[in-house]
Write a protein that binds this ligand. Structure first.
Ligand SMILES: [Zn+2]
Length: 370
């Protein structure tokens, strides 16, 4: 994999780039749709590509539990299994394991947990997580890390940082011996700026191909997220790609790009689409609202997607009110297209050298918090 910076407004500022992988290029800044179970829920791979996505994310933890890596391996890897020929990034599942608060125990060597599907006992170590992603055939591999909730004690954050760094060292060594794809490091460190900076420095010293920033946007105020992000970006090697995990609202995406982030993923745009929430240029709307019963405008009048070209708000509302499966499908397609189009416009503004005024204009029109 190679990462090329085509245009950078200033060090640590927004930048235009291209990530080249053996399975195709990703123009950055990019939004990566989430396909937890080897599917971006409700869409075919062709539809996902139509929305502008050049890479998808799958979750190694979920695929480990179901269908099991042996099934994916037998199919020829994740790309063949799910019918997506482009690059795939797999999340290690650290976040999901740590979400199983009462069902897991963590020790220095790894984490033991019970499957939320059938209660069976499992153990993941940093090495096992690298092996798992090799069996899946992932292009961009994430190491096992320790995720914190918000808020937390300083001592907890320190312990999580030390554990994450030790696991990153083991992951890196194992990946060099027996891995496939490229391995990113993950910067954790909680909400203390000094700990975050230290986490970034120690990960930078391990010389990863790219850097993920985890554990932000988990309930802390947005100003704090952006300040911590700036501190982390300042410590990372500038020529390596930066990936902000789990962030995908319109304001946080644009503010992240402004601070030099290249890659984003988030389940929010597709998750809320299935409940009838769609993004528009003036903010999100809930299409189930009675106000749209007679509204014959497209879901977002400014959006050039297929769903907006052929659908009205009244019809989309009717589909949701009738529990028709086309409703979630159209809403998902539109939301991903909306974000794909937004990052394409961001890249255009970067190329033209006026990203910040462009962003201020978009955010002035976008009147909802996310
Ligand atoms: Zn649309």
């Amino acid at each position: 994999m190679a990462f090329e910076i085509l245009h950078e407004l200033r060090p640590g500022g927004p930048r235009l780039g291209r990530l080249r992988t053996g399975r195709g290029a990703v123009d950055t800044p990019a939004f990566i749709p989430v396909g937890t179970n080897a599917t971006v829920k409700a869409l075919t791979p062709e539809e996902v590509a139509e929305t502008g996505a050049q890479m998808v994310l799958a979750n190694a933890f979920h695929l480990y539990l179901r269908p099991g890596p042996e099934v994916v391996e037998q199919a020829g890897g994740l790309h063949a299994f799910m019918g997506w020929p482009g690059p795939i990034l797999t999340d290690s599942g650290g976040y999901q394991v740590f979400s199983l608060a009462r069902m897991r125990t963590i020790d220095d060597d790894g984490v033991t947990f019970r499957s939320p599907i059938d209660g069976s006992a499992h153990r993941l170590t940093p090495e096992a997580v690298i092996d798992l992603q090799r069996r899946l055939g992932s292009d961009v591999v994430m190491p096992l890390d320790v995720c914190l909730g918000y808020p937390h004690e300083l001592a907890e954050a320190r312990a999580a940082l030390e554990q994450t760094v030790r696991w990153a060292e083991r992951s890196r060594a194992h990946h060099l011996r027996a891995g496939s794809g490229v391995l990113f490091g993950i910067v954790q460190g909680g909400f203390e700026p000094a700990l975050r900076a230290e986490a970034a420095q120690r990960m930078a010293a391990l010389n990863f191909v790219g850097y993920a920033i985890g554990g932000l946007s988990v309930g802390e105020p947005a100003d704090r997220t952006y300040a911590l992000l700036e501190g982390v970006v300042a410590e990372l090697p500038p020529q390596r790609p930066r990936y902000l995990m789990g962030v995908g609202s319109v304001p946080s995406l644009l503010e992240g790009i402004a601070r030099g982030v290249d890659l984003f993923d988030c389940a929010l745009p597709t998750r809320v689409a299935r409940t009838g929430i769609i993004f528009t240029a003036t903010g999100r709307i809930n299409i189930r609202n009675a106000a749209y019963r007679h509204d014959l405008q497209p879901p977002d009048p400014t959006c050039p997607c297929k769903a907006c070209a052929r659908t009205t708000r009244a019809y989309l509302r009717h589909l949701f009110a009738s529990d028709e499966m086309l409703g979630p499908r159209l809403a998902t397609y539109h939301n991903l297209f909306f974000l794909g189009h937004l990052v394409a416009d961001a890249r255009e503004a970067l190329r033209a050298g006026h990203y910040e005024p462009w962003m201020r204009g978009v955010l002035a029109r976008y009147t909802t918090a996310w």
